[in-house]
Design a binder for this molecule. Structure first.
Ligand code: FES
Length: 109
């Protein structure tokens, strides 16, 4: 495992979620009631940056065409409104191990 340091745990707690650059990747990291989630932060439909978090249901909605992804496993659970027949099983996003270490959030890509 190669852990990459991102933002401070305090900053994530305050913001709730953040898109961070890790190498060449954008990763969406979230803190929902003290539990951390990390997933690819770029929508699999047309590459928009994700970020409209639904904390109650652990989902994130893409700002561009409203596709919805599950924070826990990265699966697309609602297709983009411009592609209602999109193959949901082929459009999931990677999720990553995430941890807090010495006051910072780290992810393993
Ligand atoms: S780019 Fe995300 S739904 Fe289209």
């Amino acid at each position: 495992m190669v852990w990459h340091k991102t933002i401070s745990a305090k900053a994530l707690e305050k913001a709730g979620h953040a898109s961070v650059k890790v190498g060449d990747s954008v990763v969406l990291i979230s803190n929902v009631s003290g539990k951390f989630y990390a997933m690819n932060g770029v929508c699999s439909h047309a590459k928009c940056i994700l970020g409209d978090l639904d904390r109650e249901n652990l989902k994130v909605r893409c700002y561009c065409h409203d596709a919805v992804f599950d924070l826990q496993d990265g699966k697309m659970v609602e297709p983009p409104f411009v592609a209602p027949n999109a193959p949901l099983d082929k459009l999931g996003l990677n999720t990553y191990p995430i941890r807090e270490e010495n006051g910072f959030i780290e992810v393993d890509l």
